[in-house]
Design a protein around this ligand. Structure first.
Ligand code: ADP
Ligand code: MG
Length: 201
């Protein structure tokens, strides 16, 4: 037997966390809800394989947290295993953003109430920031996911038929409706290819 290279281990474990377009949308929405967002916009292009974008008006990410925001096992939500007894957030494992970075190309734009303007960060496959520039967006966070599963042909292969893609769109709509039902005060907007759109208020 041989030990797998670290990069392969990362990719395989990421593909267990991020299994579908729906799982990306679910993780990003839950991050928005954990950040106290009251309005969330979800935009997909080509069923999410070209682009998934989730924009919220939540708390934003502090400048000090930016270098580790997408590094695996970094979280702002718990500090030790005892905290698992009193969870108040959807996330706590610090795995979602890191796993999404490993399986796609990710940009994060964010602004907190303390920041004077928003900043867009480009991340590499290990979740580290490779570049940044000022942006015009208001308070909150926008995560843009490009070329999902570009390095996981087996996951992409699963969606090779139009039927599978349409089923996935239906799953996303059902997921959004479920959040709409448990959070009646939340505004959710969902668009696919600029043509289809669904508004839940
Ligand atoms: P987890 O949710 O388990 O902490 P994630 O990888 O999903 O792990 O996110 C890592 C961290 O990035 C979160 O703990 C949070 O501090 C920050 N974060 C991610 N998405 C958002 C968002 N939409 N708004 C504010 N902070 C965010
Ligand atoms: Mg999370």
């Amino acid at each position: 037997m041989k030990q797998l290279p670290a990069e392969t281990i990362r990719l395989l474990s990421s593909s267990q966390v991020i299994t579908s377009v729906t799982s990306v949308v679910k993780e990003l929405i839950e991050n928005s809800l954990d950040a106290n967002a009251t309005s969330i916009d979800v935009k997909l292009e080509n069923y999410g394989f070209d682009k998934i974008e989730v924009r919220d008006n939540g708390d934003g990410i502090k400048v000090a947290d930016v270098p580790v925001m997408a590094v695996k096992h970094y979280t702002s939500k718990i500090s030790c295993s005892e905290d698992l007894e009193s969870l108040t957030t959807y996330g706590f494992r610090g795995e979602a953003l890191g796993s999404i970075c490993c399986t796609s190309e990710v940009l994060i734009t964010t602004k907190t109430a303390a920041d004077t303007f928003s900043t867009q960060y480009i991340l590499d496959s290990s979740g580290h920031v490779i570049s940044q520039k000022p942006s015009h967006l208001g308070q909150g966070t926008t995560v843009t996911v490009l070329k999902l599963f570009k390095n996981l042909p087996v996951r992409k292969q699963f969606y090779s038929t139009a039927k599978k893609c349409k089923e996935e769109m239906k799953k996303i709509q059902e997921l959004l409706m479920a959040y709409g039902i448990i959070k009646p005060e939340l505004r959710i907007n969902f668009t696919h290819n600029k043509s289809f759109s669904l508004q839940l208020t």
